[in-house]
Design a protein around this ligand. Structure first.
Ligand code: ADP
Length: 274
């Protein structure tokens, strides 16, 4: 199939994309927190066919110690794709792309963390892509942000990621792998929605100023929907923890009955005589 043929088909006459979505429609999204028991915080995302796990460790002692920063914590992000996560086997060694994506995710999260609260410590965020389907750096930012919250790390705001772009001549949100590859432009964005601040904006391809402005309008609606899901899943996680705590604190049936409260006649007599 030639590029031009694919471009033509990316959006049909009804304005629908190959997977049946409208241009402003997100792919199905599923979020989960606390997916891993050993990590201090963890989360899992399925966004379209992206399947990504995030594990947070820290704040903890930093090794090697010479990398410690005297007045704040060092945030380290490791974005890695499984060898099985894409169509063709990905070489296991971390690629330049993985190093670059780790850096941009770190930069998109960092401004929302109170790193100055943990001098000389490390906060490590491990992101493992099990399956990639376009927009994996944005989905990784979204899931890393709720894993950090799940680890109890204070944040100014959650960070939410989604890509916008142009494919088949149309501006659209949340590009799939194919739309990303054969489309005209791809703009990954992350935003601290609670603060109306962009923390990531990259651009691959060509867009006019007007197109970019229109895209930034489109992206807010998409970000808001993902942000609401992030909040909802975190809230549900906290409710579950509270229920578990109150269940474990609930007195056993023996304790509930309390010590034998029946007062015998002799007890009464003795208390009367006092
Ligand atoms: P993002 O995943 O953030 O959109 P890219 O634009 O670099 O990052 O990649 C777009 C998509 O290309 C990825 O989501 C993935 O589906 C695919 N891809 C990335 N790296 C590889 C690779 N080494 N082999 C095959 N497909 C890949």
């Amino acid at each position: 199939m030639t590029d031009s043929l694919e471009k033509e088909k990316l959006v049909d006459e009804k304005g629908l994309r190959l997977d049946g979505r409208r241009v402003d429609e997100l792919r199905p999204l599923k979020l989960e927190v606390g997916s891993l028991s050993r990590a201090d915080g963890s989360a899992y995302i399925e966004h379209g066919r992206n399947k990504i796990l995030a594990a947070v460790y820290g704040p903890r002692e930093l090794h090697p110690r010479h990398r410690a920063i005297a007045d704040r914590a060092l945030l380290r992000v490791f974005y890695r794709m499984g060898t099985f996560s894409v169509g063709e086997r990905k070489r296991p060694a971390p690629s330049r792309r993985e190093h670059e994506i780790s850096m941009v995710i770190r930069q998109s999260l960092e401004p929302m963390l109170f790193l100055e609260m943990y001098p000389r410590a490390a906060i490590d965020v491990f992101i493992q892509v099990l399956e990639a389907d376009g927009g994996s750096r944005c989905a990784s930012t979204t899931v890393a942000s709720i894993a950090l919250a799940n680890a109890g790390i204070p944040m100014r705001s959650l960070v939410t990621g989604v890509a916008v772009g142009k494919a088949g001549g149309q501006l659209m949100v949340d590009l799939s792998d194919l739309e990303d590859k054969v489309g005209e432009a791809d703009v990954p964005i992350a935003m601290a929605y609670g603060r109306s601040k962009y923390t990531l904006l990259q651009m691959d391809g060509k867009l006019s100023k007007q197109e970019l402005a229109k895209m930034l309008e489109m992206v807010e609606g998409a970000i808001e929907k993902i942000y609401e899901k992030q909040q909802q899943v975190l809230r549900e996680g906290f409710v579950q923890i509270r229920e578990e705590i109150s269940e474990s604190e609930e007195p056993s049936s023996d304790e509930r009955d309390g010590p034998d409260t029946e007062i015998s006649e002799t007890d009464m007599e003795s208390s009367d005589s006092d």
